[in-house]
Design a protein around this ligand. Structure first.
Ligand SMILES: *[C@@H]1O[C@H](CO)[C@@H](O)[C@H](O)[C@H]1NC(C)=O
Ligand SMILES: *[C@@H]1O[C@H](CO)[C@@H](O)[C@H](O)[C@H]1NC(C)=O
Ligand SMILES: *[C@@H]1O[C@H](CO)[C@@H](O)[C@H](O)[C@H]1NC(C)=O
Ligand SMILES: *[C@@H]1O[C@H](CO)[C@@H](O)[C@H](O)[C@H]1NC(C)=O
Ligand SMILES: *[C@@H]1O[C@H](CO)[C@@H](O)[C@H](O)[C@H]1NC(C)=O
Ligand SMILES: *[C@@H]1O[C@H](CO)[C@@H](O)[C@H](O)[C@H]1NC(C)=O
Ligand SMILES: *[C@@H]1O[C@H](CO)[C@@H](O)[C@H](O)[C@H]1NC(C)=O
Ligand SMILES: *[C@@H]1O[C@H](CO)[C@@H](O)[C@H](O)[C@H]1NC(C)=O
Ligand SMILES: *[C@@H]1O[C@H](CO)[C@@H](O)[C@H](O)[C@H]1NC(C)=O
Length: 898
């Protein structure tokens, strides 16, 4: 019995082992060697070459291992042939400028490949592509996230088994390759984030009956996609995902909406944003496609109204900003779209009250209604306390009115709240202290950003602001707040950006301000603050912009000013500052714009001003950044991004619950999914005005760097102008007018080669106008009136454009322009009427104010924040966003999600 039992078992085991051996055939020696050659090729030019933890370290040709178990390798268990090669991110060039070419001949031994992933490897192109054409069994090919350019040979027609082709995020140029029209088995075709241009006829895909996903959005603006509009065109496919973004869709037909979509009813994601599509908003898309989750039609020219479907729709994400859609929102919008978590209706013409059903959108996380004509009270009939997931609410630039505190206190989940440019009113301080209804949830808030600027809020500065301890940006500018700035403000230790400008605030800045060491941007201008320039500011060593203009600050410019060594913008004009300009000001090397005008500053202009960059450093790094494309110097990174990046991270964590996103296509490769759209909020825009004469320029965002200027006008400065000022080669505007400067105009001014505006009027300057100033080709404004200059007026080059107003009040100047010949005689008839000197001054002051209109150079610092639509899909569409993020972000995301 026992023997029989053992025999039986032995037999069974032998059968099992034989079976297993047959099933688990190990890798073939030939392919193992080929894999090793491939490894050598991939790592030879890579910084991973000597790293112990590099991606391909498990590929060891000397080990006895079955190569089928090497990382990224899979074999067919029956034949032993390598079937999958998943080589994402295995190479990384040592220098960003290295050219890596993919040599497909290393793949020739693997002619049974089914899946090949070479994404994210920094390849610039390829050689021996015939090695690829031979892979007749290849079903999935991912070349995304390289830097590839080059033309596709015809032999790729041979890849007839291909189901998945991902060429996205590369530098391909020229027409969209024609071989794709032959690949009828394609189910997934991704061409987004490339440089393809020319004309593409979408109907060339007519016979791709299995096509489910098509993604196309060029990086440049040169691709024109036409969809055949012959009403008979019925494609054989039923798409789940269609992205045709930024490709002048149907521009030959005046942007008519693609009518084949009338017959698509499986759509889950439709993105036709950034085209110039015309006509009524295609509400029927929602009616026809019951499974639609994501609809992006922003930045087109749709008119009409938003008609809701007749049934409860599962839409998750609706972004239709920047069209001309109008009318009131339908009353039942909250019931029909009860699953929506992301809504962007901004920059349209919507009007009227908000339907109360919006209070029932319990899943909503982001609601952007900005830049419309909405009106009414936001919270009166809206039960906002049920919006427990809402993290971003943007009502800016509408006509909402009512009180703001209920919004603040009823939505504890809010992180970003923008109420600016509306008609909100009331005394916000009292609302909390006197009305217990509102005080409830304020202690439990998570707000990072609050912008209530440009409303009609009055009363004292709210002390409850101290409860918003996580605030990073706070703008209460352009309201009617009065009284002191309370100490409670100092609780906001994360404050990065504070704008209280254009209110009626008075008193001293609290000394506890020194705690706010995260501060980068501080705007207190146009209030009635008083005292010395507060010593507390000396601790804010990260400051990049400081604007204290038009207050009542007095005393000297403090010696400690040099501690603010990161300052780019220093604006102290319009106060009562006295004494000399301290030498320490010259240690603010990075200052681009400095305005000390309209004070009582005296003594001489320090010659050390030449040490300040006034544009030099920044402009140079910008130039480097532009040349190197994605490569950014450390300097600009520091300047722009530290906070933007951290805001990003919050967005990822709070914005999207992990399970919201559906991967619409099942692939064995980890395909490069598009960011469906990244959406930019240019909140926190603060204007920095810089006074120059007769001149108006508007700068936005990074263009701040393009302005540089020094304004010392309307002070009591005396002595001569130091010739060293001529070394400020990058300065664009220089205003020394209305002082008591004497001596000559330095000849060195002829080296101010970028200067556009030079104002020296109302001083005691004497001597001649240096003839070399005619070298200043950019000079557009030149004023030396009311000095004691003599000699002849230059008339060549751009000096021919200046008129006599620029030279008035200098009795010894001569030249044809002012009709005084240089040997002393008056050339032509008009003699100036006799005026008393007092009279003359009056007239001239008037002419100063009226004939030279004082205008402003407006610099808008746009701290743009992108909101990522999908934290999972790590590729961005950057339009205005700073380069650092462009460069770092893929890495950050990769770290976070892999
Ligand atoms: C392995 O190869 C055999 C023979 O070519 C084929 O029939 C089988 O489908 C392959 N297996 C897989 C998992 O692809
Ligand atoms: C594959 O491409 C090559 C080169 O273009 C061509 O000669 C060959 O006929 C093609 N083979 C098939 C099966 O189409
Ligand atoms: C496009 O618009 C122009 C002017 O409105 C019109 O003349 C032309 O016929 C339109 N073309 C098409 C294809 O509709
Ligand atoms: C889609 O909507 C259009 C316009 O309402 C209609 O003509 C068409 O039949 C609909 N198609 C489907 C599949 O429902
Ligand atoms: C708010 O939410 C609660 C609980 O989910 C629900 O019972 C109530 O009906 C909701 N109120 C509104 C106005 O939607
Ligand atoms: C803030 O400043 C005050 C004194 O002005 C000090 O007592 C307090 O400890 C500081 N708080 C922090 C968190 O630094
Ligand atoms: C500058 O002003 C201060 C105070 O207003 C005064 O004490 C000082 O004498 C002035 N210096 C000159 C050189 O006028
Ligand atoms: C100005 O021109 C004169 C004569 O052309 C020359 O000698 C002088 O060096 C120039 N000055 C400057 C600062 O370029
Ligand atoms: C003024 O000087 C110019 C040459 O510099 C001469 O041609 C002209 O005759 C003089 N005019 C008078 C009135 O002396």
């Amino acid at each position: 019995m026992v023997r029989l039992f053992i025999k039986y078992h032995l037999c069974l085991w032998i059968v099992i082992v034989l079976f297993l051996v047959k099933e688990l055939k190990g890798c073939l020696e030939k392919e193992k060697l080929a894999l090793f050659d491939l490894k050598t090729f991939l790592t030879s030019n890579s910084e991973y070459e000597h790293l112990i933890s590099a991606p391909l370290t498990s590929w060891d040709v000397n080990s006895e291992d079955d190569c089928c178990f090497w990382e990224g390798v899979k074999c067919n268990h029956t034949t032993g042939h390598v079937m999958d090669l998943l080589l994402e991110g295995v190479t990384s060039p040592r220098n960003i400028s290295d050219v890596l070419l993919l040599n497909f001949s290393f793949f020739l031994p693997f002619n049974h490949l089914v899946h090949l992933d070479l994404s994210n490897n920094h390849f610039n192109g390829w050689v021996e592509i015939e090695g690829l054409c031979g892979m007749k069994n290849l079903q999935e090919l991912d070349l995304s996230k390289n830097r590839m350019s080059g033309h596709f040979p015809h032999c790729l027609n041979n890849l007839t088994s291909l189901r998945v082709l991902d060429l996205s995020s590369n530098n391909f140029v020229g027409n969209i390759p024609s071989f794709i029209t032959n690949l009828n088995s394609l189910e997934y075709l991704s061409l987004f984030d490339t440089n393809f241009d020319g004309l593409f006829s979408f109907s060339s895909l007519t016979n791709h009956s299995n096509l489910e996903v098509f993604l196309l959005s060029p990086k440049t603006n040169n691709l024109y996609v036409e969809i055949e509009e012959s009403s008979s065109w019925h494609p054989t496919f039923n798409l789940k995902v269609l992205q045709l973004r930024n490709c002048f869709l149907n521009s030959r037909r005046n942007g008519t909406f693609p009518s084949f979509l009338l017959y698509q009813h499986e759509l889950q994601l439709l993105d036709l944003s950034h085209n110039k599509l015309e006509g009524d908003f295609p509400s029927w898309i929602l009616e026809n496609n019951t499974k639609l989750e994501t609809l992006y039609l922003m930045n087109n020219s749709f008119k009409g109204t938003l008609q809701l479907p007749t049934f409860k729709h599962g839409l998750l994400d609706l972004q239709i900003s920047n069209n001309k859609i109008g009318g009131e929102l339908q009353e039942n919008i909250g019931e029909i779209f009860s699953n929506l978590f992301y809504v962007n209706l901004s920059k349209n013409s919507f009007e009227g009250n908000l339907p109360s059903s919006i209070g029932e959108m319990q899943k909503i996380r982001t609601l952007d209604l900005s830049n419309n004509n909405f009106s009414g009270e936001f919270n009166s009939h809206l039960n906002i306390s049920n919006l427990t997931l809402l993290i971003l609410l943007r009502l800016s630039h509408n006509s909402f009115h009512g009180h703001v505190v209920p919004i603040l206190s009823h939505i504890p989940s809010l992180r970003w709240l923008y109420l600016n440019n509306n008609s909100f009113s009331g005394e916000i301080e009292d609302e909390v202290s006197n009305n217990s209804l509102y005080s409830l949830d304020i202690s439990n808030n998570s707000l990072y950003s609050l912008d209530i600027s440009n409303n009609m809020i009055s009363g004292r500065f709210p002390r409850w602001i101290g409860s918003f301890t996580k605030l990073q940006t706070l703008s209460l500018s352009k309201n009617q707040l009065q009284g002191d700035i309370p100490n409670e403000l100092c609780n906001l230790l994360s404050l990065y950006h504070l704008d209280l400008s254009e209110n009626n605030l008075s008193g001293f800045l609290p000394s506890c301000f020194h705690n706010l060491t995260s501060m980068n941007f501080l705007y207190l201008q146009k209030n009635s603050l008083q005292g010395y320039i507060p010593h507390a500011l000396s601790e804010l060593t990260r400051l990049r912009s400081l604007d204290l203009r038009d207050n009542n600050f007095f005393g000297n410019i403090p010696q400690w000013i040099n501690r603010l060594s990161g300052l780019r913008v220093l604006l102290l004009a319009g106060n009562k500052l006295t004494g000399p300009i301290p030498i320490n000001v010259c240690k603010l090397k990075h200052v681009n714009i400095m305005d000390l005008s309209h004070n009582w500053i005296n003594e001489t202009i320090p010659s050390c001003f030449r040490k300040i960059s006034f544009g030099m450093v920044v402009r140079k790094t910008t130039a480097i950044a532009n040349n190197a494309n994605q490569h950014v110097s450390n300097d600009s990174i520091q300047y722009y991004s530290s906070s933007t990046l951290s805001i990003f991270r919050y967005f990822e964590i709070w914005f999207y619950p992990g399970n919201t996103f559906h991967i619409y296509y099942n692939s064995s490769l980890s395909l490069n999914h598009p960011v469906v759209d990244s959406y930019m909020i240019s909140y926190e825009t603060v204007e920095v005005e810089f006074r120059t004469k007769s001149y108006y320029l508007s700068y936005k965002g990074n263009n701040l760097d393009l302005m540089s200027g020094l304004d010392l006008s309307s002070n009591n400065l005396s002595g001569s102008i130091p010739p060293e000022i001529g070394e400020l080669r990058d300065i664009i505007a220089l205003n020394l007018s209305h002082n008591r400067l004497s001596g000559t105009i330095p000849e060195s001014f002829s080296k101010l080669i970028n200067i556009e505006s030079l104002d020296l009027c109302y001083n005691n300057l004497s001597g001649k106008i240096p003839q070399n100033l005619t070298d200043l080709y950019s000079l557009a404004i030149f004023n030396v009136s009311y000095n004691k200059l003599s000699g002849s007026i230059p008339t060549t080059m751009q000096f021919a454009n200046f008129d006599e107003n620029n030279y008035r009040g200098n009795s010894d100047l001569c030249g044809s322009l002012i009709n005084i010949s240089c040997n002393g005689t008056i050339i032509s008839t008009p003699t100036p009427p006799y005026e008393t000197s007092q009279n003359q001054t009056a007239v001239d002051m008037e002419s100063f104010y009226w004939s030279f209109i004082t205008t402003y150079v407006t610099v808008v610092i746009g701290l743009a924040v992108i909101i990522w639509v999908n934290s999972h899909w790590c590729r961005a569409w950057f339009h205005y966003v700073d380069l650092c993020i462009f460069y770092c972000f893929p890495r950050c995301l990769k770290k976070a999600f892999h």
